[in-house]
Write a protein that binds this ligand. Sequence first.
Ligand code: PGA
Length: 256
Amino acid sequence: MNKALRKAVIAGNWKMNMTPSQATALINEMKPLVADAKCDVVLCVPFVDIAAAVEAAKGSNIKIGAENVHFKASGAFTGEISAEMLKEAGVEYVVVGHSERRQYFGETDQTVNLRSLAALNAGLKPIICVGETLEQRELGYTETLLKFQTKMALTNVTADQLKDVIIAYEPVWAIGTGVTATADQADEGNGYVRQAIAEAYGEEAAQAVTVQYGGSMNAKNAAELVSKVNVDGGLIGGASLKAQDFSVIVKAASAE
Ligand code: PGA
């Protein structure tokens, strides 16, 4: 296990929050607070905020991501956004397969795979989310499920493309609930994800992949979570809407 082989990434996931003017104000507040970061700093924002966010982040170390991407290049898919559109708008990262999309919008392991491929083929870095429900955990399926979701998401992703992939282990029971996985649970879940990558691409490739933890990570618990060998940063929901809290998390990841 070698943490030095991979870069920690702290990514905010704003979900359905912030208007464009609020996005500008929040990023302007964050910029000086995260300027010294030794990890990568990303904010994944609603589609309509992208232009304002890219403009506000210009010249800073904050990179902008989107929260979803469609798998087709163009066509009759009302309400969807293509990878090419995101790329031209200045987006570098995109969240794929968030559990809220799986739960409320019919996202499947297959569409997560197709969206990931579309992102990679357009030169975007997908942040692919995997995670078990409480029921699945209690039935003892956490390892099986995490490995399955990870391998499905990466189907037909080449070893070269894997270098642009980030996986976020987000136990569904810890998202937005205030219940955080313990640092050991996070490390174990991230470890299963890394094992699945090793089974598909070999140990060396797996050691280089950034695997984040997500689920109620906040200014108080971030340091302990990111200190774990398999936790290379985090995907942050609620706490990414507060400049001060988000910057404390960035600092914690910078210390690792
Ligand atoms: P949370 O969300 O930090 O608010 O739990 C994390 C996520 O859904 O990515």
